[in-house]
Design a protein around this ligand. Structure first.
Ligand code: ZN
Length: 570
């Protein structure tokens, strides 16, 4: 048994996420956590909401609410949706927690003690109309890199380039729309990442087996142009972690807060403290401090590709620069983008399916299965309603659902609602068991390597193998001549249902739970030895016929939904 710390990139607080966000970190992280728990490992799986920064302020203002109240409400909304999708976080924290505030101030203090933080005077955009300094996100203009007209002050949404507001062409205030801006002197703290460049470079080089997508992005940032840049870590805002040096005030920094990208990843640690303070765990340090037992923890992070720089460079800079024995990430799993029906998901235009809407039209398992089996791992992938309908109907209804339905109903009608006795396994059964054993090894290898599409394909193949066996063995025909032989076939098939439930639980936990409940068993032992697993449910063990596991998606539904989610969410 090993110990696994798993974090999903923390979703921003302002609004409900779409399915592209879900498959970009939370859902695959949940798959991995469930799989490792299923294998008997000790897992701490954490996620939280990312609550600071200007978008939260802007969204709260739009909603006409104080920002703390807005964040508390949206946290609940996101937590409920996470529950709805079966995301099995051990704790769903908040970056605005007291724990994160203290820890962020602590890190700033030790980084300053280590000579890695510098105060710099700089010119910043001041808006006369708004009578305030404008943080990056309150300024928009034309991207100097790609000429996109609505680039934000901190990043261009079109080309992804990180920007400074002064780089923008024709900048204006997003509060008032005013272009009456001037550059004024103000002081900010900078994290001297350039001093940590070699340490980070060596650390990345020492990692083996990271995905190319992850390392190539990190290396580009480390070496392109002038290399890793120092980063401003404070902002002129009221909502955020107040700038302090540990427990002490920081003269000259009054009224400023830490930049959201400084405090957000620290929440990964603070979230474990919140987990303990919420009474769910008793020791966060054995997960996070290598001097307190975390040296045997394997730490895996999940994120979309746009978040890779912050996880490979910024957060490691904070941790490495502290000189303290914090657990560092062992493996980063990053994802490309999921596109929607010939374009992009768009939060602002309401294009695509959002988490709340998804659960209104179908149970979570449909979405989980489709998104995971088509995860954008090696390249961007695309959601289309045709593909979604085809895959769900085929994999879930025709293959898995149909197998369960045929086996249980046949047994009930010809034998009883108990695992039937009689007969012995022959050649066909042995061949199936061998085939499943081989496929199980491939499934485990794919899951261990977090190759999600491959794992889904192996799982699907195991479902299909059961169906093919049933089709070839034809117990409904055998029963007429040799009821004992049919009983052996059905006994095997009923055991397969339990095995499928255990193996499928990481992908489709709700359906897996229904299958176990229909099989009237709490036995979730991993079927490492198929020969033993196929006889786990003994002769005479009672079961019940489950309700239809997966209804089919009709053409009418597909058309209705394609129309409904084409754009313009109210
Ligand atoms: Zn651009």
């Amino acid at each position: 048994m090993a110990r696994h710390l798993i974090t999903s990139a923390i979703p921003y607080i302002n609004g409900i996420k779409h399915l592209g966000n879900l498959i970009g970190s939370q859902l695959p992280a949940d798959l991995y956590a469930r799989y490792l728990r299923g294998r008997g490992h000790e897992v701490l799986f954490l996620c939280a909401t990312d609550e600071h920064g200007t978008p939260a302020e802007l969204a709260a203002a739009k909603a006409g609410k104080p920002v703390d109240e807005y964040c508390a409400e949206m946290w609940q909304v996101q937590a409920d949706l996470a529950d709805g999708f079966g995301l099995s976080f051990d704790h769903y924290g908040r970056s605005s927690s007291d724990q994160n505030r203290k820890l962020t101030q602590h890190f700033a203090g030790v980084l300053a003690d280590n000579g890695l933080i510098e105060e710099r005077s700089e010119a910043q955009m001041y808006s006369h109309a708004d009578a305030r300094f404008l943080p990056d996100r309150y300024i928009e203009g034309t991207c100097p890199n790609c000429a996109f007209e609505d680039a934000r002050g901190d990043q261009c949404d079109n080309c992804g380039k990180l920007l400074d507001p002064v780089d923008l062409i024709n900048p204006h205030s997003t509060i008032s729309g005013s272009t009456d801006l001037e550059m004024r002197e103000t002081k900010h703290l900078y994290l001297l990442q350039s001093k940590l460049k070699d340490d980070i470079d060596q650390w990345i080089d020492s990692q083996t087996g990271w995905p190319v997508l992850t390392t190539s992005i990190a290396k580009k940032w480390l070496h392109d142009g002038d290399g890793l840049q120092d980063r401003g870590i404070t902002r002129d805002l009221s909502w955020g972690v107040p700038v302090k040096r540990g427990d002490d005030d920081w003269p000259g920094m009054e009224g400023k807060v830490f930049y959201v990208w400084f405090d957000a990843p620290i929440e990964y640690i603070a979230c474990a403290q919140e987990w303990v303070d919420a009474g769910k765990g008793d020791d966060w340090a054995r997960w996070w401090r290598t001097d307190k037992g975390a040296d045997d923890v394997r730490y895996t992070q999940f994120m979309g590709k746009d978040n890779v720089p912050f996880h490979t460079l910024s957060f490691p800079a904070t941790i490495i620069g502290s000189g303290e024995p914090w657990k560092r990430v062992d493996y980063l799993k990053s994802f490309n983008y999921l596109n929607y029906d010939g374009g992009q998901f768009s939060t602002s235009r309401g294009r695509g399916v959002f988490m709340d809407q998804a659960l209104e039209i179908l149970p979570a398992d449909y979405w989980r299965w489709w998104l995971l089996s088509r995860a954008p791992e090696t390249s961007d992938s695309e959601f289309t309603w045709d593909q979604f309908q085809t895959d769900c109907n085929k994999d879930l209804a025709d293959v898995l659902g149909n197998f369960v339905s045929r086996v249980t109903k046949f047994c009930r009608s010809k034998f009883s609602e108990e695992v039937p006795a009689g007969g012995t396994f022959g050649e066909a059964e042995t061949a199936l068991i061998d085939d499943l054993q081989t496929r199980l090894a491939a499934y485990e290898a794919a899951m261990d390597n977090i190759e999600i599409r491959k794992a889904a394909a192996e799982l699907r193949a195991m479902w299909a193998a059961g169906n093919e066996y049933l089709q070839a063995a034809a117990p409904w025909a055998v029963f007429k001549e040799d009821p004992d032989q049919a009983a052996a076939q059905i006994r095997l098939a009923l055991n397969l249902i339990r095995i499928y439930a255990v193996l499928s639980a990481p992908f489709i936990p709700t359906a897996a739970g229904k299958l176990l409940s229909a099989m009237n068993t709490l036995d979730t032992d991993w079927p490492s030895d198929m020969k033993k697993a196929v006889v786990a449910l003994k002769e005479g063990h009672p079961f019940s016929v489950p309700d239809n596991l997966f209804g089919k998606i009709s053409d009418d539904q597909r058309e209705e939904w394609a129309e409904k989610f084409a754009g313009r969410r109210d």
